[in-house]
Design a protein around this ligand. Structure first.
Ligand code: F6P
Length: 524
């Protein structure tokens, strides 16, 4: 496949960009009373307002033409057909199979029965933990869950449980991701071993941080309750049943998923077990249902009104035509404080790539830096940079229509601020004093959820998953591998003996840095 930058539709888009450049975004809005309606689309109950993108009807047409030229519709069909879209690892990417009631096949084998069986086992277990049917070794009911895992094995459950904390009616969940011992100490402080269930989530069951934390948790619980307690207090969510067995877990404590579920797409699998325990399996099912509604939308809607596809295409427009290297996720929902971190992994681990699917270096930028925060606190921190900085960032505003707390006036202020910020970024102002000038012409998309519940959260996350896929399809890269994370892990393993005092060959820069660390450690 030729690079997308060599296609006629991309050349048409660049010519169009130059023609559009003199017209400020605000003027595009003022010149078209229908712009709001024409640039707002619905997906699974979520409204996506693209009217503050630097684009007109022609841009939309040309972006869709680009997607067609890049065979995005065929790529979507291939994804859902269970073909090996993860070309470097020779696997399909079928996280969609976990959240609907459709029959998907892998290598001609119907995976539906197994998916449903795993889902049912999760449901039964989560309900049993919640109602006391599954108790700890002393016969006490569980009050807390320690959720051990990192990256995709942690960020999803953490986001969902914290976003829906208003509905939490089960055991409290605490997360341990980092190998920093402070995290283990902080998470276990005040917990009673007898009433704590540990869920170890790891696709590979070989991740160093997770393994160390799982061993520490086992020492902590079994040190107090005896070796036999592990079978009652530990369960695993993994694609590596053998490693879980080696850790000492019987089969019935292992909730498996398959290698066609990527780590950053695994919240829908048994990795979501802490969600089902904290919020109930009915809410977990709602999360899946929301994501499934997005899948149906993504598969069946023409690109012109396909929200994940448009989100992806405007991302390409901003990144490659308008040269924005930075993308901010601005969550006007304090409970969704972990959304930027979740999307950071989803987008940057998927599309932070420098070669195409065939292994050739790409000659255009791919994934921008994804970052963000919760609002309104971010307005009192980095929004200065968004309004007056020398770089231009694209922004996603995440807004929830219905109040998330009891004080109506607070929610009204929240909404006013969300609308004000995207308007100010677009219009800017010029009061004469150069220090006070905001240039405006700064772009954003606003995604409006009717309410912050499991269904719409699931729908939102799936929108972003498919956005990533669409961008990868245009760029011609594989979003489903992550080899870039391996080198550092390997080097860390080689350095560890030196940290522990052994005399092993080191790069001089590392040797120097370890010396600096050692001296400071000894001097205090
Ligand atoms: O280091 C990257 C990564 O492989 C992520 O893709 C993954 O989500 C995370 O580590 C955790 O991996 P695992 O679930 O195998 O422990």
């Amino acid at each position: 496949m030729v690079p997308f930058t060599d296609t006629p539709s991309w050349h048409a888009l660049l010519a169009h960009r130059d023609a559009l450049a003199p017209t400020p975004l605000d003027a595009l809005w003022r010149g078209d009373p229908e712009r709001g309606a024409n640039f707002t689309f619905q997906c699974a109950g979520i409204a996506a307002d693209f009217s503050k993108q630097r684009a007109d009807a022609e841009t939309l047409k040309l972006l869709v033409a680009l997607a067609r030229e890049r065979d995005v519709p065929a790529a979507i069909a291939t994804l859902f057909a269970g073909e090996k879209v993860n070309v470097t690892e020779g696997r399909p990417a079928l996280h969609m199979a976990l959240r609907g009631d459709e029959h998907f096949a892998v290598g001609g084998h119907d995976i539906y029965p197994e998916v449903q069986r795993n889902r049912e086992r999760m449901r039964v277990f989560a309900d049993a933990v919640r109602d006391g049917g599954w108790k700890g070794a002393t016969g006490a009911q569980f009050t807390h869950v320690l959720a051990i895992g990192i990256g995709g094995s942690s960020l999803g459950p953490r986001l969902v449980i914290e976003a829906l904390r208003g509905e939490s009616d089960g055991p409290q969940v605490r997360f341990i991701a980092n190998v920093d011992p402070a995290e283990f100490d902080d998470a276990t402080r005040g917990l009673d071993e007898a009433t704590t269930l540990v869920v170890v989530a790891s696709k590979t069951f070989a991740t160093q941080e997770t393994t160390m934390n799982a061993i520490a948790a086992r020492d902590w619980i079994c040190g107090s309750l005896g070796e036999g307690a592990a079978a009652k207090h530990f369960v695993a969510a993994t694609a590596n049943r053998a490693a879980a067995a080696e850790f000492g877990l019987p089969d019935c404590n292992v909730f498996p998923f398959e290698d066609w579920v990527g780590g950053r797409y695994s919240v829908w699998s048994s990795v979501g077990l802490p969600i089902a325990i904290a919020l109930g399996s009915a809410r977990f099912e709602q999360l899946l249902a929301g994501a499934h509604a997005t899948d149906l939308h993504f598969r069946s809607n023409p690109l012109e009104r396909n929200v994940p596809a448009l989100l992806g295409l405007f991302g390409v427009w901003n990144r490659n035509a308008l040269n924005m290297a930075s993308h901010a996720v601005l969550s006007y929902a304090s409970r969704m404080e972990n959304l930027p971190a979740y999307l950071q992994q989803l987008e940057m681990e998927s599309n932070g790539k420098r070669v195409d699917r065939e292994g050739r270096a790409v000659l255009f930028p791919t994934c921008p830096v994804v970052w963000g925060g919760t609002e309104t606190p971010g307005q009192h921190a980095f929004h200065q940079w968004l309004h007056q900085g020398t770089d231009f960032a694209s922004c996603d505003f995440i807004v929830v229509a219905q109040p998330m707390g009891s004080r109506a006036i607070h929610h009204e202020i929240l909404l006013a601020n969300a609308c004000a910020q995207s308007q100010a970024l677009m219009t800017g102002n010029d009061p004469g004093d150069p220090h006070r000038v905001s240039t405006g012409n700064r772009v954003s998309t606003t995604l409006v959820l009717p309410k912050l519940d499991a269904f719409h959260l699931g729908a939102l996350l799936a929108i972003y998953e498919h956005q990533v896929f669409v961008q990868a399809s245009v760029w011609g890269i594989n979003p489903f591998d992550q080899f870039g994370v391996e080198l550092g892990k390997t080097i860390a393993n080689a350095i560890l003996p030196a940290v522990q005092g052994a005399n092993v060959p080191l790069h001089p820069a590392t040797s120097h840095l370890l010396d600096v660390i050692r001296k400071l450690s000894e001097s205090h």
